[in-house]
Design a protein around this ligand. Structure first.
Ligand code: ZN
Length: 338
């Protein structure tokens, strides 16, 4: 099968083609696993963290990709949950303990980092870590829901907000454009305030129902009960804290942060940014319960994911563009037209 592999850790400042197109044997599903013929795979910021070594795969080469949509082609022994031909999604969690806190378990293994992922024609996964995809979505539309959407859903739950309390989003790319739709559906009386340095992203946020959109460093017209940060850097974290109400919570929705601007953290003033019981929480990643719970909600809304597609062979171009250019919506690799 065709697959893209990451052979070594590199910096995307120096290298334009971090992944290599190779021919690999088709994987064989083990007991309780399914073999999935991949149709589409989203391109996530975490792939940049893997390539550049911020969350390095424990062994190389690896096939990246953890926003996978495809069809089950073969069942391993003892699979009860699925039939051949079913359309499924696969997210960042490839396997874990199965407990409610499995996302922070030391058994956690990530798709495309600890096990081969979806930048390939086929992949295997445990039957409990594949999910039905609502019919309303095409393969390409569904792909970003598997990570950006599902982790965003967990981040939104972790804010602890109640309907009517004002919510902020700092950064407005692949994840936040999904979270805003989710927030407006689950908390219809909540006003959403968006902080983004790119004016096109701010415009996009207003189109999706934000009541206000400003620059990362602006102050919202009111203090917010919670803010979700979906940026890869630190400045928005410091700025967001200053926009929180007393008792407010900032949820950082990132697997890794870049260290390019960590000097910003020295600007943290206890009085301005933290005092009055403001708190910071991080999203570790997701449990399989989060993804299974989120997808039907996404289908009910239905979430519109704005996607830009690339053929599988052009994954390197998609990654470099994700690193270097501001994006509207999410990037998705088209692997097969089914
Ligand atoms: Zn991801």
């Amino acid at each position: 099968m065709k697959a893209l592999i990451l052979p070594k850790i590199v910096s995307l400042h120096d290298v334009d083609e971090p992944l290599e197109l190779v021919d690999l044997p088709k994987p064989v599903p083990q007991p309780h696993e399914v073999l999935v013929r991949v149709a589409a795979c989203g391109v996530c910021h975490t792939e940049l963290d893997e390539i550049e070594g911020r969350t390095a795969p424990p062994k190389l080469p690896i096939v990246p990709g953890h926003e996978v949509v495809g069809h089950i082609e073969q069942l391993g022994a003892d699979v009860r949950k699925w039939k051949e031909g079913a359309r499924v999604g696969i997210g960042w969690i490839h396997s874990s303990s199965g407990a409610p806190d499995e996302n922070v378990s030391d058994q956690f293994r990530a798709t495309g980092r600890d096990a081969n992922g979806g930048y390939a024609e086929y992949m295997t996964v445990g039957e409990n870590y594949a999910y039905p995809v609502p019919e309303v979505f095409s393969n390409v539309e569904a792909a970003p829901l598997l990570c950006a959407g599902a982790v965003g859903y967990r981040a939104l739950k972790l804010t602890g907000i109640e309907n009517g309390q004002p919510l902020g989003l700092t950064g407005f790319g692949g994840s936040a454009h999904i979270v805003i739709q989710l927030a407006r559906h689950l908390y219809p009386s909540t006003e959403v305030y968006v902080f983004a340095r790119d004016s096109a992203a701010r415009q996009f946020a207003l189109e999706l129902g934000a009541v206000w959109a400003g620059d990362t460093t602006d102050r919202a017209p009111q203090r917010l009960a919670a803010i979700i940060d979906t940026t890869p850097v630190w400045k928005p974290v410091v700025e967001a804290l200053a926009n929180l109400k007393p008792g407010g919570r900032l949820v950082i929705n990132a697997i890794r942060k870049e260290d390019s601007d960590n000097a910003e953290l020295l600007r943290l003033s206890y009085h301005e940014h933290l005092w009055m019981e403001r708190e910071i929480k991080t999203v570790a990643n997701v449990t399989h319960y989060d993804i299974a719970e989120f997808l039907p909600i996404a289908g009910d809304i239905p979430i519109e994911s704005t996607v830009e597609t690339y053929p599988l062979e052009e994954a390197n171009r998609a990654l470099v563009e994700l690193k270097r250019r501001p994006i509207r919506g999410a990037k998705v690799l088209v692997v097969a037209n089914d």
